[in-house]
Design a protein around this ligand. Structure first.
Ligand SMILES: Nc1nc2c(ncn2[C@@H]2O[C@H](COP(=O)(O)OP(=O)(O)OP(=O)(O)O)[C@@H](O)[C@H]2O)c(=O)[nH]1
Ligand SMILES: [Zn+2]
Length: 417
């Protein structure tokens, strides 16, 4: 069995050095309306959202260093979305030849050889930088370098270069934008940093990006709640949680009264379910998500109470578009783990802090977890949730998802019973 990496409370793309000021506590509301001075954590979230949106539109953004590396500035654009204008802006401000920043797994495929991996921010693989010859500074060719699905034979091969400071934060930003983790980058000399704003280029500290997942998780608040009788569980309620980043809401589906059970010292049946548009909504046969979702709710109804956290972490945190790309690679012979790696993503990009924060806010600190995934048990425990037991949650293979289920057992360490 190959390990998919150490389990931690927080997503893999998160720094262990949270340099951000303290966020509002979960459940704590905005102070009385007064002078419009948002707290520092909300401002940091806003900056990251703005930067990720710019990358998604093909606009470059400028990353600045904090105290460790004063003077460093890196202008980056997503290889997947950058157009001629973005490339011209990079050329206008950049001090050196443009680089392509990639995860080592994608760089190895581009260079047709293994890349020795170093680590950044504790346990993460450090990005690899390749020097881009002028012939490759072209939107279509950059897309082909970023995306194994769109790969073409290229006129000139890039060469390995030293990764610039801030390369790691840049790749994390691309992942937060659910883009392929591949960026065109140029270091910008301090004397030229002031030229970015008049071009409409947004600037943010790299520390904001690294702190983002934890800040977003700890600013979750309950925003709506309603009774929604379900086919398999007539006594059900949905509670919606929103983070200060304004991103997609996470949902808790409460069957019966798990809060009351917890208040009496019990440990309700709990399922931490990552959203799967294809499996949950369309009944895709590629995975086991649909049966797991419906099966968990039915089991909670039988048990009398339970809570299902429906988390906006599509595709194990890589997003729907990248999951579809991963499916194309799986049709070409890769398994679900290697397909993620080929795209430059980790095998599993999810963190457990969101789930733990929701459970705490619901007043459910002790649970019996419905899962086959030992990382979920360890991850929730690392976030302070007491997992008093694990209940297996397996469904028979359907003739199409057999290899997927087998990979989860052999390569992700999923338990068979
Ligand atoms: N990247 C990727 N994601 C997938 C694939 N198949 C399913 N998923 C996603 O995997 C997630 C489902 O995982 P879960 O059911 O939460 O959890 P698990 O890790 O399988 O563990 P269990 O609790 O045992 O089910 C959903 O977000 C799906 O969209 C795939 O081939 N590639
Ligand atoms: Zn699925």
């Amino acid at each position: 069995m190959t390990s998919t990496g150490p389990v931690s409370c927080t997503p893999t793309s998160e720094t262990r050095r949270n340099t951000q000021p303290k966020a509002r506590l979960p459940g704590q509301h905005d102070p009385e309306p007064g002078p419009l001075v948002p707290d520092a954590a909300s401002l940091a979230l806003r900056r990251v959202h703005r930067a990720a949106s710019d990358l998604r539109r093909g606009t470059p953004v400028l990353l600045r260093c904090g105290r460790e590396n004063p003077g460093s500035a890196l202008l980056v654009a997503a290889a997947e979305t950058v157009g001629a204008r973005g490339l011209a802006e990079l050329a206008a401000l950049g001090a050196a030849p443009a680089l392509l920043l990639l995860a080592p797994s994608r760089a190895a495929a581009v260079l047709h050889r293994p890349i020795p991996t170093a680590t950044a921010a504790g346990t993460e693989e450090a990005p690899v930088a390749l020097t881009l010859p002028p012939a490759l500074l072209d939107p279509a060719r950059l897309r082909s370098l970023a995306d194994p699905v769109a790969e073409q034979l290229l006129p000139e091969a890039p060469e390995l270069a030293a990764p610039p400071p801030l390369a790691f934060a840049a790749l994390v930003l691309a992942k937060l934008g659910r883009l392929l983790p591949a960026l065109v980058a140029v270091p910008v000399p301090e004397a030229r940093v002031a030229e970015a704003a008049p071009l409409g280029i947004f600037t943010l500290p790299a520390a904001d990006i690294l702190a983002y997942p934890a800040t977003a998780a700890t600013t979750l608040t309950r925003v709506a709640e309603a009774r929604v009788p379900l086919e398999d569980a007539p006594e059900a309620r949905i509670v919606a949680f929103r983070a200060a980043d304004g991103g997609i809401e996470h949902l808790a589906i409460l069957v019966g009264d798990p809060e009351g059970l917890s208040a009496a010292g019990g440990a309700p049946l709990t399922r931490v379910h990552s959203e799967c548009f294809t499996g949950d909504l369309l009944g895709s046969l590629r995975c086991d998500c649909g049966p797991q979702l419906r099966g968990a709710i039915a089991r909670m109804a039988q048990d009398g109470a339970g809570v299902l956290l429906y988390l906006a972490q599509e595709g194990r945190g890589i997003g729907l578009v990248n999951k579809l790309r991963a499916y194309t690679l799986q049709d070409q012979g890769l398994d679900t783990l290697d397909a993620n790696r080929a795209l430059g993503y980790g095998a599993d990009e999810r963190g457990f802090l969101v789930a733990a924060t929701m459970l705490r806010q619901l007043g459910i600190p002790r649970i019996r977890l419905l899962t086959n995934n030992p990382d979920k048990v360890a991850g929730l425990a690392a976030c302070g949730i007491e997992v008093v037991g694990r209940e297996p949650h397996r469904f028979a293979a359907n003739g199409i998802n057999d290899h997927y289920l087998e990979t989860k057992a052999t390569r992700f360490g999923h338990l068979l019973r």
